[in-house]
Design a protein around this ligand. Sequence first.
Ligand SMILES: Nc1ncnc2c1ncn2[C@@H]1O[C@H](COP(=O)(O)OP(=O)(O)O)[C@@H](O)[C@H]1O
Ligand SMILES: [Mg+2]
Length: 359
Amino acid sequence: MLRHVKRTRKRLHVALVYNSDLGTGQIAPEDRGSVHDLRIMIRRMARTLRSVGYNVTVLPLARDLFGFQRKLRRLHPDVVFNQYDDVVHGALYEMRLAAVVRMMGYPVTGSPALALGLTRYKYMSASLLHGASIPIPPQTELLERLGDVDRHKRAFPLIVQPGQEHAGIGLERDSVVYSKKALRDKVRHILHEYNQPALIQAFLPGREFNVGVVGGHRLRVMPLAEVVYDLPDDIPPIMSYAAKWVETSLEYQNTRVECPAQVEPELARQIGVTALRAFRAVSGWGYGRVDIRLDDEDMPRVLEVNCNCCLDEGMGLARSAERAGIPYPQLLQLVVKAALEGPPYDVDIPMVQPISRPV
Ligand SMILES: Nc1ncnc2c1ncn2[C@@H]1O[C@H](COP(=O)(O)OP(=O)(O)O)[C@@H](O)[C@H]1O
Ligand SMILES: [Mg+2]
């Protein structure tokens, strides 16, 4: 007798993890994205991941790490989709979720902990890129004491920012300095207010690009996005805190992103290659966004690598991907695929013992 065996392909189980910690007290504008908008984004992502056939469990993580680990172990997903965006600033905390999940033996989307931690320390990643012969802005230096300002002579203008921040934090109208006195004032401000060393670099006056990259072993560059500033001369053309978050500011209202950017093919190729090399150099994986600016000779130089950059629909990377003919659901699929491929040299050895074991 013929027996018909119905073969059903197992659906991939994705645990979508995000930071649900509302924190206490007032929420800063740069964190609103990590709290309210994040919830909406997570819902949208879950829906999109389901639409391409995955089983999705949304798993919030606030402060109960042990509870989280218990739940994750019970779910035993095929892959963890990492949307954990820590709201604690000036820290390496972004890397923690990736580290914990890998220690539990599950594949995780995006970059490994090493890359996430490293790229939060701007001087460390700039030094690494420089060591790999990837162009960065000249005169890149980390000033840890006010006295370092007098260490040697420098050419101006310079840009000064906190060495361990992101999201435009600490970037203001006076962040581009034209004199030693202004440099000293700004460095003092950063050391005291942010309790961090100050990163200084030559201020590059050229065009600025956000370069999206997607994929695992086969990493692709997305169509370039250009940041276009239309600001009066006394406001520096930079993605400052105001330009990013303060909707009523002149900076916000006169800064826009053009995607795809109008760039001649040879320059676009150079920018793309630089972005790919930079992403690989910091051990980035899966998806990311490399910020690049041209110097006065139109040479692309890397400002920073954003490893687990924003993946929201219609924004940044997702918008660039759409321009490349990759709709949002397919982008998320590529991110999951890259996670399953796993970064090279990664070993799959669970190291965290089951928590519920009897003592
Ligand atoms: N060396 C530089 N020259 C010119 N502009 C810069 C330089 N470094 C940073 N900027 C400007 O500051 C913005 C934010 O810097 P970035 O290092 O990307 O920090 P963040 O993590 O805050 O995005 C950039 O998008 C760019 O506009
Ligand atoms: Mg940036």
